[in-house]
Design a protein around this ligand. Sequence first.
Ligand code: GDP
Ligand code: MG
Length: 311
Amino acid sequence: MNGRGKKVGFIAIIGFPNAGKSTLLNAILKQKISIMSPRPQTTRYRIEGIYTTERSQIIFVDTPGFIRAETGLNHILQTEIEEAISNSDAVLILIEPENLSAIEGADEIFKTFFNKVRQLKKPFLVALNKIDTLKKDECQQYLNKLGQLSQSGEVIPVSALKNENLDSLVSRIEDLLPEGEYLYDPEQIAIKSERFLCQEMIREQLFYLLHKEIPYECAVTIEEFDESERYNEDPTKGIVRISAVIYVARESLKPILIGKDGSMIKKIGTMARANIENFLGCKIFLSLRVVVKKNWNKDRFFLYDLGYKKV
Ligand code: GDP
Ligand code: MG
């Protein structure tokens, strides 16, 4: 390959809720790794998917929809986003036209934002999504504007929904990443993604069932995924046995997760089981445990250690 090494690295995707981050990831990964949730901001700082080809391995890290109107950019950039950016090799900033046209004071907000990003000294890339909704000259205007606000030479127009220009976006991402050895065994990824999705289906229920800040202090990991009885001669009898742990960052969260007489953990299990059965197409036996792991959410790539170690 012209003496060129493989490009490998973590890339943080940042954008307003609804900018199309999940759609973009799904389109790039061509499989549903990222959960499309009806509730915004169900993702916090975690691996969303791993794109592996001959040329590169790109590990996408999602961040919570970054700008919350009520707290403002300054606050949020101090916390999760900044952390996600500093733990990544490069940053992809995804903007949709409405972010520029419908938000009051958008120019100032974006100027401040891009200044902050620049201070973190990570290579970044700006992409304008949803160009399928724009006329050609409108699109050019938005691109110019974003170019000015970000002071970056290039803004990449894409449509995640219509699969437009995604190849060149990926290739620009590759340009930003360092050369290195693959961090994940490509053959393991396919196997793991099913397991990973089951993990995320359990986590998703936390967002439906618990008070809004609590899920962010929980991590889910699957400890056992036993498929030995999955492919039964009688397909209606196949079963997958899953044992999962819900890690909580504080002791006081444990009784909340368990609920009165175990009612909450039971509910989480029932709901998650229904979704997972539907997804795997067989019966599952799901056992859930709650474990206190203080400040897990301050560990660098805790989920990386738990779920993605090279086998
Ligand atoms: P996220 O909150 O950033 O993850 O955004 P989603 O990926 O969930 O997308 C939010 C909405 O925008 C969904 O209704 C998507 O179908 C829509 N969307 C995403 N990308 C595009 C695009 O390129 N064009 C159009 N027209 N809609 C898009
Ligand atoms: Mg999303």
